[in-house]
Design a protein around this ligand. Structure first.
Ligand code: ZN
Length: 182
């Protein structure tokens, strides 16, 4: 069965100390774990996908404008991938296994061509990592479940600013979405 690694929203705004909407230390602690996974997938010629939140400042039509401070604005430092993951991406981004795309909702499936990409590449198993466990990773996992993809969550490669939400989501992945937690 073909698999892929999906690295969700691992940007400066969501991870760095000065990020606009940061997970902080728990987010930074998974940096090298994501790189280790990326190297494994890359060595196996499996795809590595980077769905990355994109916003415009004070967008009156976007529901997140009322919920969160401005984040992941186009062409800003905040939207660049964080740390070693960012360096890894810069080194490998021109390879055909790497797919970076913009998303505008929590789920990596919402309003994007992710499902087409996965179906045309005959990928059935998704390894989800990145941030936040209980927001964008969760919503992506729910959509993946509804579309009959198999889900694996490497628990040392997801994080949240909310430890209670993080633990709740890990349990939900396992007990309600049938995900393998590794
Ligand atoms: Zn957002």
């Amino acid at each position: 069965m073909k698999k892929t690694l999906i690295v969700i929203d691992y940007t400066n705004d969501f991870v760095a100390d000065k990020g606009a909407l940061t997970c902080g230390v728990p987010g930074q602690a998974i940096d090298t774990n994501i790189v280790t996974l990326a190297n494994k997938f890359f060595a196996n010629h499996d795809c590595i996908i980077f769905p990355t939140d994109l916003h415009t400042q004070d967008d009156p039509y976007h529901p997140e404008t009322k919920l969160f401070p401005p984040h992941n604005l186009a062409n800003t430092w905040g939207r660049k991938l964080f740390g070693n993951v960012g360096k890894w991406f810069d080194l490998h981004k021109n390879n055909e296994e790497i797919y970076f795309y913009d998303k505008n909702r929590y789920s990596a499936f919402a309003n994007t061509n992710l499902e087409n990409f996965l179906r045309t590449h005959h990928i059935e198993e998704l390894y989800l990592c990145g941030v936040c466990t209980d927001i964008c990773v969760l919503h992506t996992a729910i959509d993946a479940y509804n579309k009959n993809f198999k889900i694996t969550i490497p628990q040392n490669a997801v994080a949240s600013f909310n430890q209670t939400g993080h633990e709740w989501a890990l349990d939900h992945f396992k007990t309600s979405l049938g995900a393998k937690i590794i």
